[in-house]
Design a protein. Structure first.
Length: 128
């Protein structure tokens, strides 16, 4: 259903992955589904979330198996260069060991080294 309400969709409510711009997910004029996150009656504002509609960690990890090689997108390097966050799906990110010459937004193949459901973590190796 389309309704005529204006609100805010903050970048951190678009994806679990650390994206730099909403243009990485959406185009101007694109219809998307969102969920109301907050209503601030004092400021007369509504904020929305998109990532909540992309499924839980448990839903998203079902598509992946430990010991397989999959495609991902490099998103963010840890400040101490201990690892690189790799987006496997818009609502699923794993951490790969740091590797030189990998840049933000680069498509990479990763080996799923370990899936740790109780911590909601995925350990990866960048595979060449």
């Amino acid at each position: 259903m389309r309704i005529g309400i204006s609100g805010l969709l903050y970048i951190e409510d678009i994806s679990i992955s650390r994206i730099k711009s909403p243009y990485e997910r959406f185009e101007i004029g694109q219809d998307i589904n969102v969920m109301v996150k907050d209503i601030d009656e004092e400021k007369n504002r509504i904020s929305f979330t998109y990532k909540e509609l992309l499924g839980t960690w448990e839903d998203n990890i079902k598509e992946f198996e430990q010991g397989t090689i999959v495609k991902g997108i490099a998103r963010e390097t840890e400040k101490s260069k201990n690892g690189i966050f790799i987006e496997l799906k818009p609502n699923l990110v794993g951490l790969a060991e740091y590797k030189e010459n990998i840049s933000y937004g680069q498509n990479v193949n990763v080996y799923i080294k370990k899936i740790i459901p109780e911590k909601k973590k995925v350990k990866l190796l960048i595979y060449e």
